[in-house]
Design a protein around this ligand. Structure first.
Ligand SMILES: [Zn+2]
Ligand SMILES: [Zn+2]
Length: 321
C-alpha cells in the first residue's frame, strides 16, 4: 500500500483504460514524456480516494474520482505562457510515475477530479482520452454552420463525432473503411454522424470546414488537407511514428488559406470533459468493447490479441473480487 506525500492522495483504481500510447511505451517507443523503466503503465484511470496527504483539502476518503495523468511544473517558460502542455518538465501518471495498472497508486491532489454521482467509474476512466479530444476542439474555432468530417471511425473518431455535435457543429461526417457494413454505418450514425463517407477514397464528394485527422497514417493526413474547404481548419490529431512524413500541396494550403493545427495532450480540459459525461452529451461507456484480465494485457499491448477491439479497459474491481 503506497503512502501519500503531503500533497498527494492514494487511489484504489476501479478502471484503467489501455491506449495506443501504452503500446508505444510497452515497445520502448517515446510517449508524451520520457519513460524510466520499470514502470507500471495506466494513464486513463478512475477510482476511489482511500488516503490523503496532510496538505490535501479538496478531496476526502471515499471520493469517486478521475485522474488527469499530466502534471505540469508551473514554472517553465511554457507553463508561464499558458501552454502547460508544452511543459519542459512534464511528468505523468502511468508514464514517468506508476499508473493505474495496479490496485493502488498515488497522484498529486491537483490532478485528481471528483466525478458526478451519475457518471460511472467505467465511464470516468475515459475522461483522459476525452479530454485530449476536448483540447483538440479547444484549438479550433467552431461555428454551428460548419460542416465537419472526422477521418477515422475508431474510438477517438467516435468521441470526436459526439464532441463536435455537443459543441454545436450542425453537420458531422465521418470516414470509414467499412461503409459496406450497414450495421457499422448505423452505429456511427447513432453516435451523431450525419453522413458516413468511404475512407478508401482519396477525394470525397464534398469539402469540409473542419477536418479532424484521427488515424495518424500518411494516407489520412494527406486526405485531411485534400478535402478541406476554403478557409478550413485541419486538426492533425492522430499520432504517427516519429519518422513518418506526408506530402501535401503547398499551393492548396495557400489558395485555400488553410490552418493546419497539431494537438498535444489535454490542458484545461478535464472539467469540460466531466461536464460532457455528466450531461449525457457524450456517451463513452458504449464505446468500451472489452474488459481485459491482467493475463490478457501483455498480448494486447504487443498487438497479439486476436479479437477486434474498439476500446479496452482493465476492470480492477473485478480483479480485486
Ligand atoms: Zn491514452
Ligand atoms: Zn512547465
Amino acid at each position: 500500500m503506497p503512502q501519500p506525500k503531503a500533497d498527494e492522495v492514494v487511489l484504489e483504481i476501479a478502471y484503467a483504460g489501455i491506449c495506443g500510447t501504452d503500446k508505444h511505451l510497452f515497445a520502448g517507443l517515446p510517449g508524451s514524456a520520457d519513460v524510466t523503466y520499470p514502470r507500471v503503465l495506466g494513464h486513463e484511470n478512475s477510482g476511489t480516494v482511500v488516503a490523503i496527504g496532510e496538505n490535501v483539502q479538496k478531496l476526502a476518503v471515499g471520493d469517486r474520482v478521475a485522474i488527469d495523468p499530466n502534471i505540469y511544473c508551473g514554472d517553465c517558460d511554457y507553463c508561464r505562457a499558458q501552454e502547460p502542455e508544452l511543459c519542459e518538465n512534464l511528468s505523468a501518471v502511468g508514464v514517468t510515475r506508476d499508473g493505474g495498472f495496479e490496485n493502488y497508486t498515488t497522484a498529486p491532489a491537483k490532478v485528481v477530479y471528483k466525478i458526478a454521482d451519475n457518471v460511472s467509474l467505467k465511464a470516468a476512466a475515459m475522461t483522459e482520452p476525452l479530454s485530449c479530444v476536448v483540447h483538440g476542439i479547444d484549438l479550433l474555432t467552431l461555428k454551428p454552420h460548419q460542416k465537419a468530417i472526422v477521418l477515422g471511425d475508431g474510438f477517438i473518431g467516435q468521441m470526436f463525432i459526439q464532441a463536435l455535435k455537443a459543441y454545436g457543429v450542425h453537420h458531422v461526417a465521418v470516414s470509414s473503411r467499412k461503409v459496406s457494413d450497414a450495421q457499422h454505418v448505423e452505429l456511427l450514425k447513432s453516435m451523431g454522424a450525419d453522413t458516413v463517407v468511404d475512407g478508401n477514397a482519396k477525394e470525397f464528394a464534398d469539402n469540409y470546414h473542419i477536418v479532424i485527422e484521427a488515424v495518424g497514417s500518411s494516407f489520412t493526413q494527406e486526405q485531411a488537407v485534400a478535402n478541406a474547404e476554403k478557409g478550413g481548419q485541419v486538426l492533425m490529431f492522430g499520432v504517427g511514428n516519429p519518422d513518418q512524413t506526408f506530402t501535401i500541396s503547398s499551393y492548396a494550403v495557400f489558395a485555400k488559406q488553410l490552418k493546419i493545427q497539431g494537438s498535444f495532450i489535454n490542458p484545461y480540459s478535464f472539467q469540460d470533459s466531466l461536464a460532457l459525461l455528466a450531461s449525457g452529451k457524450i456517451d463513452v461507456e458504449r464505446l468500451i468493447s472489452h474488459e481485459l484480465s491482467f493475463a490478457q494485457v501483455p498480448a494486447y499491448l504487443a498487438n497479439k490479441f486476436d479479437e477486434s477491439v474498439n476500446k479496452a479497459v482493465i476492470n480492477l474491481q473485478k480483479i480485486n473480487g
